[in-house]
Design a protein around this ligand. Structure first.
Ligand SMILES: Nc1ncnc2c1ncn2[C@@H]1O[C@H](COP(=O)(O)OP(=O)(O)O)[C@@H](O)[C@H]1O
Ligand SMILES: C=C(OP(=O)(O)O)C(=O)O
Length: 678
């Protein structure tokens, strides 16, 4: 059967600007440097000290990763406690990811732990092209000459004569000569004899990657290795007991069940709100991509390993498809390996700079830096450079196309009889860990997962009420040329749905803490939600005081936005919130003097929309309804289901990515401490 043309086309970003001077002119110094795309750093010896971490947070990184593959538990504890201190010092909010070893294969090499817990090896292993290299599974085998003991006892049953095996330094970069391609010549009972295809100085921790041979045999490879090693479990238990960890990222996920197993493990420890990222790093993960993405809270496309397993000519298409699928599901997606050369040089190559910009145009949520910050010489500069590239690329992102594309896909799913699939995907997307934890409002549950499957086709895409509100907010913000969207959220879900529609303006995410009862005591939950928003494109989370008056909070949010330069006098702001029992999208204006929200007659909204975008053409807009509930648009909901008045004040907030300015009263500019003792 001929392959379907549908789904094979890439998004196009045609820059119609013929005056190239406008592109190359320097950025406006007064422009507020809000970059929607997120940057995640990997903590290693190059950036672990508090001073460098502060610089990294000030540069705009919003999430940090500790990778269990390398470094002792003590090293990671130090990293997390230093990160907590850096957050307090900079008053910046940073999400925390623990990355597992999972099914990574490693060469067993003796190490000498340094004082700071970062392991060091004596000297590298010199391999010349055409040398014989033996990968041994013998118990107790020692590294001798070109005989390298591998960590996986069944390695010999995995490979066949003629296969390619890649030996690389942990988080290897293309510019290093510390990796080697091997061709398997002979497979014995305990040894795999290979020939080196290139010369290399193998250094540091060495990982082994078997370039899988064909789709038919993928099922059997490494299947008996658990998704979490014993060490992973022990380390997660220790780290999660002492630090606030927002995500666990799973290495070498092969199927959805891997994610379910990890979920069960975290739940069994009581860490029900810690979210799971699935790392896609083999073709096997691509075959099972849809179910893996549905089972997890976010996707990491590990391009280093995936690039070994996928033919080079297929990589760009794989990337575009992975990102596009994630975008459709509203699933945050990060990619790795963007500016490898910045490990050793202060500037990226042209190819790398273009690659970052293209990822932003593809729709990625964030960029995960590995070796660049772990052992690179220019950790802080890398964060600045990557964010600057993202910032420029975002200006060319076709927000309208993205919006229409999501709408068309939803419509097609509906008209093609894919409603149930869509319903499943939307409810799976909407159900976060908080839901499993029972902290979700009853209303939220019904809104997020209710698709009225019996509705007759009306020519409009069928979305859940919450998604309908989120997309309406983005459309309204676009129509009135708003500078900011403000979203009230508890679990982060509404904010996530707004991010899905990729508005061109920042999304100030007011995280309202929820009162949670774990059977023993009541606890206010919100800090973690705010940090978890830090991997989603466009979100600017602020943890708010659980105030009984939503309007007081809104006034303070607008004033804070004015202070930090997110909005200017006379700007429009779109707000998503619950008022009484109605889910609303509301359009506000800032007053002429920049003092706060401008008082406005309901009729002015119609005037405003007519003035900026002609007569409104979307069917969600109902003028009569809008006037009845004040200057709002949206769908009335069934039940507010909230008990905000029960919550007491707990004013904590942060303004990541923005210059620190004076705090407000209700949204205090207080640091979010990481680490329970802090
Ligand atoms: N404290 C609050 N005040 C006003 N509106 C709120 C508040 N908390 C949530 N909302 C709004 O209620 C709606 C549904 O909330 P919910 O289902 O709990 O999702 P979320 O977890 O994103 O808050 C969303 O429109 C959200 O913006
Ligand atoms: C495995 C990783 O990514 P890559 O495959 O891109 O090296 C990683 O960063 O943990």
């Amino acid at each position: 059967m001929a392959p379907s043309r549908r789904g094979t086309k890439a998004k196009t970003h045609v820059l119609k600007n013929t005056d190239l001077s406008t592109i190359i002119e320097p950025a406006d110094q007064n422009e507020v440097a809000f970059t929607a795309t997120k940057v995640v750093v990997t903590i290693g010896p190059a950036c672990q000290d508090v001073e460098t971490l502060c610089k990294i947070l000030d540069a705009g990184a919003t999430c940090a990763r500790c990778d269990l593959t390398w470094g002792s538990l003590d090293f990671h504890k130090k990293s997390l406690s230093n990160l907590g201190e850096a957050m307090r010092k900079t008053r910046k909010l940073c999400a925390v990811v623990i990355d597992t070893i999972g099914r990574e294969l490693i060469v067993n090499r003796p190490t000498v732990d340094e004082v700071d817990g970062w392991p060091k090896f004596d000297k590298g292993i010199s391999v010349k092209a055409e040398d014989k290299v033996i990968l041994s599974t013998k118990e107790g085998a020692k590294l001798e000459g070109n005989t390298l003991p591998v960590s996986y006892p069944k390695f010999t049953s995995m490979v066949q004569k003629g296969d390619t095996v890649f030996l690389g330094r942990y988080l290897v970069t293309g510019s290093e000569e510390s990796s080697c391609y091997l061709t398997v010549e002979d497979v014995g009972k305990e040894d795999v004899v290979c020939t080196a295809r290139n010369s290399a100085e193998l250094d540091g921790l060495l990982t082994v990657f078997h370039t899988e041979r064909s789709a038919d045999t993928l099922q059997n490879v490494q299947n008996d290795l658990p998704i979490l090693t014993d060490y992973d479990k022990q380390a997660l238990k220790a780290l999660l007991a002492h630090f606030e960890v927002d995500f666990v990222s799973l290495s070498f996920v092969r199927e959805a069940d891997d994610v379910h197993q990890a979920r069960e493990f975290l739940d069994s420890l009581g860490h029900t709100t810690t979210k799971l990222m699935a790392k896609c790093e083999t073709r096997q993960s691509l075959f099972n991509f849809q179910s893996i993405a549905q089972a997890s809270d976010a996707i990491i496309m590990s391009r280093g390993n995936l690039g070994l397993d996928v033919l080079p000519e297929k990589m760009a298409l794989v990337q575009k498809s992975v990102i596009s699928n994630c975008n459709l599901m509203g699933k945050p997606v990060l990619i790795t390996r963007v500016v490898d050369t910045m490990v050793n040089t202060p500037r990226p190559t042209r190819a790398e700079a273009t690659d970052v910009a293209n990822a932003v145009l593809d729709g990625v949520d964030g960029i995960l830096l590995g070796a660049e910050t772990l052992r690179g010489k220019y950790a802080v500069q890398t964060v600045q450079t990557v964010l600057a590239i993202c910032h420029q690329a975002e200006k060319a992102f076709d927000h309208n196309y993205h919006f229409e594309h999501l709408m068309n896909e939803a419509l097609e799913a509906e008209t093609e009889g894919g409603m149930e699939a869509l319903a499943r995907s939307i409810s799976a997307t909407s159900l976060g860990s908080a839901e499993r934890d029972g902290v979700e409002s009853d209303l939220g549950r019904r809104l997020g997962s209710s698709l009225s499957l019996s509705r007759q086709h009306t020519g409009a895409p069928l979305l859940s009420k919450l998604e309908s509100i989120a997309s309406s907010a983005v459309r309204a913000a676009d129509k009135v040329g708003a500078s900011l969207i403000i979203v009230y959220t508890q679990s982060g879900r509404t904010a996530s749905l707004v991010s899905k529609y990729r508005p061109p303006m920042p999304i100030l995410t007011l995280v309202i803490p929820q009162l949670k009862n774990d059977g023993m005591r009541f606890q206010l939950v919100g800090r973690g939600v705010a940090r978890q928003c830090q991997i989603q494109r466009g979100l600017l989370p602020v943890l708010a005081a659980p105030s009984p008056s939503g309007e007081t909070l809104l006034n303070e949010a607008v004033q804070m936005s004015l202070r930090v330069g997110l909005v200017q006098p006379n700007d429009h702001i779109v707000v998503v919130q619950m008022i009484s029992d109605a889910l609303v999208v509301k359009i506000l204006s800032v007053d002429e003097v920049g003092g706060g929200i401008k008082a406005i007659r309901p009729q002015s909204i119609m005037d405003m929309m007519k003035a900026t975008a002609g007569v409104p053409d979307n069917e969600e807009y109902d003028e009569a309804e809008s006037q009845r509930i004040g200057h709002t648009i949206g769908h009335p909901s069934v039940n507010a289901g909230m008990s905000r008045n029960l919550m007491h004040t707990n004013s904590i907030a942060s303004q990541p990515n923005l210059p620190a300015k004076a705090p407000t009263a209700g949204i205090a500019n207080t640091v979010i401490a990481n680490g329970k003792a802090a």
